[in-house]
Design a binder for this molecule. Structure first.
Ligand code: DAK
Length: 258
């Protein structure tokens, strides 16, 4: 499969749908697939007409992890010098909201990819897990950290130590996913949610995402400082003036993104 088709991109107005497209390998995240995903994400992040990004997978997997066949013979120096860490960090650094529409297996790096997104919708057929322990490694793209913050230390410890997968319903009960949808309506549900967010003032969306992210990644004191800075900053935006004026004048706001 050529690099151009490893990730398919569909633009629906302000929503970009990126589909991981290596179904014969359960969308295993090879370096080429990760590079393609980053290219698309960077394009979407820099294109003002796109407001929300959805990531999903073709076939029966969201992603079954990093490509084990590509990693099997790697040395520690290979892992260090192939820029793998910087690549994955780029995914987590997207400024626009990213929705994971998890259609099947989200294992290892696939689960970590979902957790780098801002909202996770799961098909009833989805399965989540960090099975790295079964192949002699541990999660390396946030699985010990983001999973622990999402579902708590005891459940995360059990998943990471046993490698056991959990169902979409269990993931929902644990607080790892926002909701569970029938397989046929997963993408439509993601679209609906994306369109709702896309209609909001984009600067406020961007600064809100940054502030909520800070809650998981910094101390409360730093997070509160980021929240306040972003709150003040929005009073410099045309959309704050327009949003408040529209409320007072009892009309729909017309946001410009400025
Ligand atoms: N890598 C490569 N190929 C994979 C794959 C993977 N992760 N998962 C599945 N495949 C391939 C299979 O080899 C098979 O290929 P062929 O044999 O047909 O050529 C094809 O996909 C279909 O898979 P199965 O035949 O195994 O299908 P089943 O339904 O029987 O089983 C399964 C589905 C998902 C239970 C099974 O495929 C499975 O256990 N897959 C591996 C899951 C796994 O262990 N994932 C974790 C990988 S380690 C880092 C960034 C990321 C990472 C680490 C560091 N840094 C930034 C530092 C991530 C690490 C990982 O994800």
């Amino acid at each position: 499969m050529s690099d151009e088709t490893l990730v398919l991109s569909t633009i629906e107005g302000p929503v970009a749908i990126l589909t991981l497209n290596r179904p014969q390998a359960l969308n295993a995240l090879s370096p080429a697939l990760i590079d393609a995903l980053i290219r698309h994400l960077e394009h979407c992040d820099n294109d003002d007409t796109i407001r929300v990004i959805i990531i999903t997978g073709a076939g029966r997997a969201f992603a079954a992890g990093a490509d084990i066949k590509a990693m099997a013979d790697a040395t520690p120096i290979d892992m260090l010098t192939t820029d793998m860490i910087a690549r994955w960090a780029r995914i987590a650094a997207v400024r626009k909201p990213v929705i994971a529409a998890v259609n099947g297996f989200a294992l290892g790096g696939g689960c970590e990819l979902a957790m780098m997104c801002d909202i996770i919708l799961a098909s009833e057929t989805a399965q989540f897990g960090q099975p790295e322990i079964n192949i002699g490694i541990i999660p390396g793209a946030g699985g010990t950290q983001r999973l622990t913050r999402a579902i708590g230390p005891y459940r995360a410890m059990e998943m990471v130590l046993t490698g056991a997968t959990i169902s979409a319903q269990e993931a929902y009960a644990y607080g790892l996913v926002n909701r569970v949808c029938p397989p046929d309506s997963l993408l439509d549900e993601a679209r609906r949610l994306a369109q709702t967010i896309a209609a909001k003032p984009p600067l406020a969306v961007r600064l809100a995402k940054e502030a909520v992210r800070a809650a998981a990644e910094t101390t409360v004191r730093e997070g509160l400082a980021i929240e306040l800075r972003n709150f003040y900053l929005l009073f410099a935006s045309a959309d704050q003036k327009e949003g408040m004026r529209a409320f007072i004048e009892k009309r729909t706001a017309n946001f410009s993104g400025r």
